[in-house]
Design a protein around this ligand. Structure first.
Ligand code: ADP
Ligand code: ZN
Ligand code: ZN
Length: 745
């Protein structure tokens, strides 16, 4: 099947992609044209021939075909950097559901062209003798400004323009008159903004362990044979993954290729970057949200021009236009921030693999707690799996105590600290060692549990916890099931059936009450509004300016604190009871990473996990730092209920001004798919229901989920819904599609 029409953009820059022009594909070129290709087209009244890029192919057109012009010819078949980006956008559009324009805007760099920065220099043309006599001449004429410039130029042949204008206080007119006399010349030099401060310190490669060397050699051996692929490095924090990345990058650069390194924004600290700067010097740059638009644009230009070998950044750094990309590295690949929250809702892992296949590159994923997706693919042989088991700095794994909070309550302890945790904190305060207290902010969703027996109120149809609403009802946000909140625990009859709400501030207060002498620091979304404050809190703590650091998930990443010998996790199960199928996975990751913070130095560490559900597999396996056992149990659950990665899931979110309008749309969608998609193709439908957050800014949100083992079937459903909603006169603000969502709506 070959499409008959093509959308073409004649100026492929971020602010022009709104204007594609439709052309007919001539008979002779049918089947020859593909997305991303550069073609010649007649343009404007005079039909002048210009080049443009094919951004979309269509079977039909809503435009009268006889009024369409024809593509003249293909410019060249080999792809360009723009062509690669357009192909990537096209894949994102079809794979994640968005318009081509939105997808193009995601992959194209900064909004508009930025002028390059310039430096001007003043260069002496006259010889020293000539200058000296000129100085005499000017003195006599009382041209004091000229005298100042000429004096400065006696010793230096070249001086910065700004120095002369500002420090010597000389006007442009004076300088221009010297230019006219042929005494000096003024030259302008363009340069790119470079966010990396000059670092003279360089570091040579460490002697690698056998395990590290094996991974690097194996990956590079594949590359040399032209076998590109995806690799997963599973290794605890401190096991030397970063050294492996650096080793792979070094070899890639030696082959004349470039590397993209993705690191979650929050972990892009100076310490992390420094390791790359020290190894790759001027040939590495960084992208992050604190860069100006101009700086971002210039990094893209430097990459395009071959000035860079390595770019480090969050998700969006994937779209760096390297001429000969060899490798994409994704550190902490399990992080949620790798999934875009705006359309197209792409995942950096899958998109990286797609980009790598367009460019003939490989992908290396790394994590201490791989995502279920990545490990599942690795187990099925789609990715090659490597394991690094030892900490190279010699630190031992910490000793973990799991404390049952139900027992504490029975013994009459109502404080947020168990007796064990109190005792251990006290010991740290006496010995001058440090403690980290971790609270899980994600628990705020409002689940209800019994304080006496730990029973959690769940939806009987979905196996997710119910959320408490203000009207005293408990609601399932998957299917809409709701009940009135019971007075007593249905399991044990206790009246302590309630939500657990404690923020970092309450914990800090409680610490001060319990341990009046303790100096505390607090890190949460409020105390770290700016990036600087985040780094400042970490460095204050590293310098020993506090005994206890209290924080949310933010404290589980980042620096190594050798003096931290105790980590307390206050309510480990908070994240377990989100109404979300990823709750177990997220809890395991958080606990494992939090526990890994203790005992990073020479002193052994201890970890206290306080929980109402000590028997839950996420908690048991995290306490044992046992990823494989966790994976085994979690995958049974995913298989059983057909959640990703065992199957795929499509979330359709409908946002409307009037509640009944949104409800009507999701109901029609569900009805349409039930009627039209049958047999083996039929998806499993969940909902429709009100979204978890059912109203934002006065806009109502309704949700509908489809599950199917075949991703393509879900793409077809999305396509059907798109066409259907265009045909119908639905009243809605917008519809968002999210494949394999990270969060439940
Ligand atoms: P990860 O990325 O898995 O957390 P890193 O690569 O940061 O691990 O290594 C952890 C620590 O071990 C770092 O301080 C690093 O300098 C050190 N390290 C890594 N590889 C080696 C090695 N082969 N020999 C000695 N020290 C190493
Ligand atoms: Zn109970
Ligand atoms: Zn339900």
């Amino acid at each position: 099947m070959s499409e008959k029409y093509a959308d073409i953009i004649v100026d492929i820059s971020h602010d022009k992609v709104d204007r594609p022009f439709r052309y007919k594909i001539p008979e002779a070129l049918l089947g020859e044209i593909s997305v991303g290709m550069r073609v010649y087209v007649p343009f404007g009244k005079g039909n002048k021939e210009i080049t443009g890029y094919v951004v979309d192919l269509l079977d039909t057109t809503d435009y009268p075909p006889e009024r369409l012009k024809e593509i003249s010819r293909i410019d060249k078949k080999d792809t360009t950097l723009e062509g690669d980006l357009i192909q990537t956008a096209y894949w994102m559009k079809s794979h994640y559901g968005s318009t081509m324009i939105t997808a193009l805007k995601t992959v194209l760099p900064a909004k508009k062209k930025f002028k390059q920065l310039e430096t001007k220099k003043v260069i002496r043309i006259f010889g020293r003798d000539e200058i000296e006599s000129l100085i005499e001449e000017c003195r006599k004429k009382h041209q004091t400004a000229k005298v100042r410039v000429l004096n400065a130029l006696l010793d230096e042949e070249v001086l910065p323009y700004t120095l002369i204008r500002e420090k010597l206080n000389v006007t442009t007119a004076t300088l221009n008159s010297l230019v006219k006399q042929g005494v000096i010349s003024i030259e302008t030099e363009n340069f790119y903004r470079n966010p990396v401060k000059k670092i003279s310190e360089r570091e040579a490669a460490k002697p690698l362990s056998d395990g590290q060397q094996h991974i690097i050699d194996d990956i590079i051996k594949d590359c040399c044979r032209g076998n590109t692929g995806t690799y997963l490095v599973h290794g605890i924090t401190g096991s030397g993954k970063t050294e492996v990345y650096i080793g792979v990058i070094e070899k890639t650069i030696n082959m004349g290729k470039q590397a993209i390194v993705l690191i979650p924004e929050i972990a892009l600290t100076y310490q992390t970057l420094l390791r790359f700067y020290k190894r790759f010097g001027d040939r590495v740059s960084v992208m992050n949200s604190s860069l100006s638009m101009g700086e971002k644009y210039d990094q893209m230009e430097r990459a395009r021009n071959g000035e860079l070998d390595v770019i480090i950044g969050p998700r969006s750094a994937l779209f760096t236009p390297f001429p000969n990309l060899g490798i994409i590295i994704i550190d902490e690949e399990h992080e949620n921030s790798y999934k875009s929250e705006s359309m197209p809702k792409y995942h950096a892992r899958e998109t990286a693999i797609q980009i790598a296949s367009i460019k003939g590159a490989s992908v290396v994923l790394g994590s201490a707690t791989p995502s279920m997706e990545a490990y599942y693919r690795a187990r099925r042989g789609e990715y090659k799996l490597y394991t690094l088991k030892e900490r190279l700095t010699g630190g031992q794994l910490p000793k973990v105590y799991t404390i049952d909070l139900r027992e504490e309550l029975k013994e009459g302890n109502r404080s947020i600290f168990s007796n064990k945790l109190k005792e251990l904190i006290e010991m740290r305060l006496n010995s001058g060692e440090q403690t980290m207290l971790f609270i899980n902010r994600r628990g705020y969703a409002g689940f209800i549990s019994c304080r006496a027996c730990g029973h959690v109120m769940k939806c009987p149809h979905c196996d997710v916890s119910l959320s408490e609403h203000r009207n005293g009802r408990l609601v399932c946000h998957y299917c809409g099931y709701e009940i009135i909140k019971p007075e007593k625990c249905p399991e044990c009859g206790s009246k302590y059936l309630m939500g657990f709400r404690a923020g970092t501030e309450q914990i800090e207060e409680a610490v001060h009450k319990e341990f009046p002498s303790a100096r505390t620091l607090r890190m949460d979304a409020d105390s770290t509004k700016s990036k600087d404050s985040y780094e400042k809190i970490l460095s204050d703590f590293a310098d020993g300016r506090a005994d206890i650091l209290i924080g949310t998930q933010m404290i589980v990443k980042g620096h190594d604190f050798p003096n931290v010998t105790l980590v307390g996790i206050l309510a480990a199960d908070l994240s377990l009871n989100q109404n979300d199928y990823r709750a177990g996975e997220r809890t395991f990751q958080l606990l494992t990473q939090a526990a890994g913070r203790a005992g990073r130095g020479t002193k052994a560490g201890e970890v206290v996990i306080q929980t109402y559900q000590p028997e839950h597999y996420s908690i048991v396996h995290a306490a044992n730092q046992d990823y494989e056992s966790f994976y085994a149990e979690e995958s049974v659950y995913r298989e059983l209920l057909q959640y990703p990665p065992a199957a795929h899931m499509l979330a359709v979110l409908v946002v409307s001004k009037k509640e009944e309008d949104g409800e009507y749309v999701v109901n029609s969608f569900a009805g349409l798919i039930k009627e039209r998609v049958t047999g083996d193709d039929a998806p499993y439908i969940i909902g429709p229901a009100k979204a978890c957050i059912s109203k934002i800014n006065d806009l109502y949100r309704h949700i509908l989920y489809f599950k199917h083992t075949d991703y393509e079937k879900l793409v077809q459903i999305k396509d059907m819904l798109e066409i259907y909603s265009k045909e119908q006169n639905f009243r809605y603000q917008n519809i968002q599609y999210d494949f394999d969502p990270m969060n439940i709506y």
